[in-house]
Design a binder for this molecule. Sequence first.
Ligand code: UDP
Length: 339
Amino acid sequence: MIEEDVDAIIRGLEKDNISFEDRKVLVTGGAGFLGSWICDVLVKQGAEVTCLDNFASGLRSNIEHLMEKENFTFVEHDISKPIFFDKRFDLVMHLASRASPFEFEKFPIQILKANTLGIWVALGIAKKHRARFLYASTSEVYGNPPASFIPTPETYNGNVNPVGPRSCYDEAKRAGEAFVMAYRLEHGLDTRIARIFNTYGPRMRAGDIYGRVVPRFIEQALNNKPITVFGTGEQTRSFTYVSDEVEGLLRLAGIEGLGGEVVNIGNNKETTILELAELIKKLCNSSSEIVFLPLPKDDPLRRCPDISKAKKLLKWKPKVSLEEGLKKTIEWFKYYSSS
Ligand code: UDP
């Protein structure tokens, strides 16, 4: 199932002659949800991939199938601690970080470290090798934008609470972006920043403790347990299927002449959380009831990207509808999820 999507991503990239064949790529957080998909595509395209992860939130099962490949090397390491590589890299992709709001409360220091100390280590590696650098940033740098900035363009500077429950993530990612810009300014690195919007699909972690909204609702619906909508469910997110997101990220990493660019990569179709709950319930043929729980503090009201820049620079737009992507994700959770 994942393999079909990986092939579709490669077909999409190759249509515009984007190839990582023989490129030496370091992927931090390579055993995570997005990182492992990126490793899959790169390995299949013939890149020489070094995947670094400390399994804080990444899973060995996400990359087990790559371990025997000769163009794949795994290094177990926490990127917030220095590491020396004597091999050369052409491209460093920094994805290492926990990203689930449930973890903001449990592991705020790890999150801050991955996006400050960790990005400093990763940028140091890129600087030494004069490698291109791609940072997986987030829509969370925008915080809670007013309606006049929905859809949100890259030029919106954000409305973020620096001492709130999400600040370990939002402010760490904002600091991470500042690190990237500093290395570009001082060392002339070829850097690219992707602002990723809510992405879902196979290999997301589920369970009550770590799950993001899509895997939580799917697990609840498949088990006919109550679907837990926070607040009234009128808050919105714009959900991107993983194959669309990964193709966008690899376009940003692979296209020449994009040094210094900051690009939103996400679906621009806004969905309320209540609509999501109802759709997942329907697609799972579930008898779950939908229950309403308190809305967490600082939960953004609306989130939707302006993707004109991605369309223009990356020749990219999302192809997979929410219903189609959810069907694939539900199938995966039925048969493959280990949680
Ligand atoms: N959410 C929800 N029920 C859940 C988990 C999340 O209603 O069981 C809501 C959450 O309050 C937020 C949205 O779903 O408004 C997306 O949450 P997620 O944890 O996926 O990440 P976020 O987009 O907030 O970073």
